[in-house]
Write a new protein. Structure first.
Length: 402
């Protein structure tokens, strides 16, 4: 089976997902185009060599619908022969898109592919694509449906993470993200988004609040009390997990991921295809996996899928130098660290979505690139990237530097 190598990656900055965000006037199509053009131009890539473009998009409706991957490839002038496919596995869509693109190479059916993702959360609202899961009793009752924030609070209650612990993690994420930007750690991977006149709209993640401290977070009210108590979801949570006497609502806007816009692209290929295109491999995709997990806890999938992907790769936790765990909520990362007895120096060392934001369909590809850059910066060898997923799932990928 051929190896799949990562040759390059890029991402846009993440703009606030609001009507006053810097990327609000930019469609998802244009965000995806920005990433695809950048991955082509900086590598001098002849797109005649590209066999497929795979993009994650969690709300592929309206202007973001209709197979945005194919549309983005066309508008980015990749040539009529380059196909595209959009996939959706909720928050892991961007990482799964990379895995799908890599699988095509590993199967020997494609030689050079692009994986990535896009989401315009300021223009296509969160949950705009709907779905049976929250509204159809046939699945909602069976799966103990509850809003993700209540599930995050359930995780904190079940595993003993206090409001202070979650807030302290959020403060550290903000500090790490700010330091990473100040030290130029994202300089080579973030490409600015420009308007039709070539003027820069955004060149830096704008959701960050580097002055965040414990005092400022303490002033924020928990976000999911009303949903949990008045909406009845606390009862759903304790019914699913009767060992939890009551749900302690500890999450709020400051220790949860930010709603943002953004796109990312990762160039993947076989060794021979890369050599033919004059490319130098940066990392090899060693293994990837998906798993279903407890739908009520919902967001503990990273723990389960990490165990699975390590078995698949014949590795142990100690064989991984760096972990990138999407910061959907603080308790997600705290549970991951607890489960594997990991210190803070191994997990999300450049900050994460609590500070920089979580553009749903793109985040997985973004954090894969972030950890690859960090491996190169520090001279380390292996990394594991994972995300929690709605309805109780997890996706993980292991890469190793070449």
């Amino acid at each position: 089976m051929p190896d799949a190598f990562i040759y390059d990656h890029v991402r846009t900055p993440r703009g606030r997902g609001k009507t006053d965000g810097s990327l609000h006037e930019v469609t998802a199509l244009r965000l995806a185009e920005t990433a695809l053009r950048a991955i082509r131009d900086r590598n001098g890539l002849d797109t005649a060599r590209v066999d497929d473009v795979v993009l994650g998009c969690v709300d592929p409706v309206g202007e973001a619908g209709g197979d945005i991957a194919r549309a983005a490839a066309l508008v980015a002038d990749y040539g009529d022969h380059v196909p595209g496919v959009q996939i959706n596995r909720f928050c892991a869509s961007g990482l799964d898109a990379v895995n799908f693109a890599a699988a095509q190479v590993m199967a020997g059916q494609h030689d050079l592919t692009v994986g990535g993702g896009v989401e315009s959360m300021s223009r296509v609202g969160l949950g705009a694509s709907g779905g049976a899961w929250p509204v159809d009793p046939a699945i909602a009752i069976k799966s103990y449906f509850m809003p993700q924030g209540v599930s995050a609070d359930l995780i904190a209650s079940k595993y003993g993470f206090s409001r202070d612990a979650c807030d302290a993690y959020a403060v550290e994420s903000q500090a790490r993200s700010a330091r990473s930007w100040e030290e130029g750690r994202f300089r080579d991977s973030v490409v600015p988004v420009r308007d039709i006149n070539g003027l820069t709209l955004l060149a830096r993640d704008e959701h960050m609040r580097p002055g965040t401290d414990m005092q400022s977070l303490a002033a924020l009210k928990p976000s999911f009390v009303q949903m949990g108590q008045m909406g009845g979801f606390d009862a759903v949570a304790t019914d699913a997990h009767p060992d939890v006497e009551a749900v302690d609502h500890v999450h709020h806007a400051g220790n949860s991921s930010g709603i943002v816009d953004g796109a990312a692209a990762v160039l993947i290929g076989s060794r021979d295809a890369g050599a033919g295109a004059g490319l130098t491999p940066r990392a090899r995709i060693r293994a990837f996996a998906n798993i279903g997990s407890d739908p009520a806890l919902m967001l503990t999938g990273p723990v389960d899928v990490t165990r699975k992907v390590l078995r698949r790769a014949g590795m142990e936790v100690g064989d991984i130098d760096l972990f990138e765990v999407n910061e959907a909520f603080a308790s997600v990362v705290l549970r991951f660290r607890q489960a594997f007895d990991l210190g803070p120096d191994a997990v999300n060392v450049n900050g994460g979505a609590i500070a920089m934001g979580h553009p749903l369909g793109a985040t997985g590809a973004m954090i894969l690139g972030t950890v690859l850059d960090e491996l190169e910066r520090t001279g380390k060898a292996t990394a594991l990237v994972t995300l929690c997923i709605g309805a109780g799932m997890g996706t993980a990928t292991i890469i190793e530097r070449v």
